[in-house]
Ligand binder design. Structure first.
Ligand code: XMP
Length: 519
């Protein structure tokens, strides 16, 4: 689908910095729509977006190197307001005739920025001195002709340059990271003061645009969507159903691997609150049969993924004239597959998502959220009236409780982990005073057995692990410092209420080196 055209677009060219995505997030937080594109995107592609401003990100390379990453030359001559960040500023300097040299010692981490030109529009309202975050190995010694120097740090005499007439600016530090105290103000100054972009990117207008686009694209065809219970598929399905109503059929496969009462709650919300057209398939027996005797985590994931797709395909064949599939793809997934900065890395776990449908199904894709970050999806969910139970639902892995049972998945092990999980989640949910709130929390059933004593008798039963983490995105995580009283309540309740468990351990490992899930 084409990008939203109603509001101004800022194009961010990505030179591979670890924090490029944050530039997109910050502009959107300023109610300005932005898209992150690879640095070598052809100019014709850039102008298609009719950008109201262009931002060049930082990057790991040096502009002085032989193969320095570059961008279309028109970026520097088009007259569109331009901001270069770190590598981006160095590229501006290099292209427009400034002088650069490598620093004897790279400047990493915090520095104090002194603003020398307080009337520069980039620094309006910014204190004379503030903390910024640096990460660069080269420095500009002389700005290009026509440019002024606006700020310095102890180690960089030229920390910001600009040419007000051409509306081209540069900063050596990273305004997009939270460690740069005035970073948000500086970015917003660029967007609103320099580029004169109105702050009108809002979720309500996104919803209206998306609905109109989906209607235009689908026409009278039928559309299917796999609902997982998670926020992305729920928001995507609700948007599509607002556009085309009963032409959308949602399929909810109950794997039998969900948490207590979860399937019923999710289905009730889909049907009664969101009025989605949902077919629910009770497939517990099929998944149990596929998982019998399997203990390897990856094998569990693969089998669950295949079974899911088989069921989804069987069900969708029953619907006439299906031409499209709705997917809850988000912007980070899109960026990851497009930009040079994202390296595939080692595969730690194969994440089963509904993506991998067989090619012979040959369906068109509708991905209404592919321009959004997770927090924006939540905002859209709220605009659409999705209940908090779905919008704020903590992440739950596609393979469900199967990867929270170390060892074989069978009815008994599922019942045990589900009962323990219910206690963990309800106790932590009830502890409303917790700050920060854990991002994800659950129980894990282990095959470890230990001796205990209950009443006057000896027990030999299983160990349950409790995991609660704080995180922003699940990529890195720390274990949550839960109050001891809360942990004590959870532990006491689990050993008293869950048959077959006589010991509870709290997981105090961060990610890395551990992962969030135990499998
Ligand atoms: P890990 O265990 O990889 O988890 O540190 C990071 C986040 O991903 C979730 N997770 C999964 N989600 N399918 C999913 O859809 C999976 O197979 C899967 N494995 C882990 C995990 O719950 C955490 O939020």
């Amino acid at each position: 689908m084409p990008a939203v055209t109603r509001t101004a677009t800022v194009v961010i060219l990505d030179f591979g910095s670890q924090v490029s995505q944050l530039i997109a997030r910050r502009t959107r937080e300023a109610n300005v729509y932005s898209e992150l594109l690879p640095h070598d995107t052809p100019w014709a592609e850039i102008v298609k977006r009719n950008p109201a401003a262009i931002i060049l990100s930082g990057g790991p390379e040096s502009t002085l190197g032989p193969d320095a990453p570059d961008c279309a030359p028109d970026v520097f001559t088009s007259g569109i307001p331009l901001l270069g960040i770190c590598y981006g500023m160095q590229l501006v300097a290099k292209k427009l005739g400034g002088t650069l040299v490598p620093l004897a010692h790279s400047e990493f981490g915090p520095a104090i920025l002194t603003v020398d030109a307080r009337d520069c529009p980039l620094f309006l309202g910014v204190p004379a001195q503030s903390r910024v975050w640096m990460s660069h190995g080269d420095t500009v010694t002389a700005p290009p002709p026509g440019f002024s120097v606006y700020a310095h740090t102890e180690r960089s005499a030229v920390a910001s340059i600009g040419d007000a007439a051409r509306r081209i600016y540069g900063v050596t530090f990273h305004p997009e990271v939270v460690h740069t105290e005035a970073g948000t103000a500086i970015l917003q100054n660029f967007l609103h003061e320099v580029a004169a972009i109105a702050a009108n990117w809002e979720m309500a207008s996104f919803v209206d645009d998306a609905i109109a686009r989906i209607r235009g694209e689908v026409g009278t065809a039928n559309v299917i969507c796999a609902l997982s219970g998670g926020v992305d598929s729920a928001v995507a399905a609700t948007l599509v159903s607002r556009a085309i109503g009963k032409q959308l059929t949602c399929i909810y496969v109950d794997t039998g691997l969900m948490r207590r009462d979860e399937s019923a709650g999710v289905l009730a919300a889909f049907r009664d609150v969101l009025h989605l057209n949902v077919i629910a398939i009770d497939a517990e027996e099929r998944f149990l049969a596929r998982l019998a005797g399997i203990t390897d985590p990856e094998e569990k994931r693969v089998r669950i993924g295949h079974e899911f797709i088989a069921i989804f395909e069987e069900e969708s064949k029953k619907i006439a004239d299906v031409q499209f599939l709705v997917q809850g793809t988000l912007y980070p997934d899109v960026i990851e597959s497009k930009t040079p900065g994202s390296k595939a890395g080692h595969k730690i776990k194969s994440h089963h998502n509904v993506g991998g449908l067989p090619e012979h199904m040959a369906l068109g894709l509708i991905e209404p959220l592919r321009e959004l970050f997770k927090d924006e999806v939540r905002k859209v969910g709220k605009v659409l009236g999705l209940p908090d139970a779905i919008v704020m639902r903590q992440p739950f892995p596609g393979p469900g409780l199967a990867v929270r049972i170390i060892g074989e998945v069978n009815r008994e092990s599922i019942d045990t982990v589900r009962a323990a999980d219910w206690i963990v989640t309800s106790e932590i949910d009830a502890a409303v005073e917790l700050s920060p709130r854990p991002w994800q929390y659950f129980a894990v059933l282990t095959p470890v057995r230990s001796v205990g004593v209950m009443g006057d008798g000896r027990t030999y039963a299983n160990l349950v692990g409790v995991r609660a983490i704080t995180s922003e995105d699940g990529m890195t995580a720390d274990w949550a410092r839960l109050p001891h009283d809360l942990l004590a309540r959870i532990s006491t309740r689990i050993v008293n209420e869950v048959p077959g468990v006589n010991r509870v351990a709290y997981d105090i490992t961060s990610k890395p080196p551990a992962t969030v899930e135990w499998e």
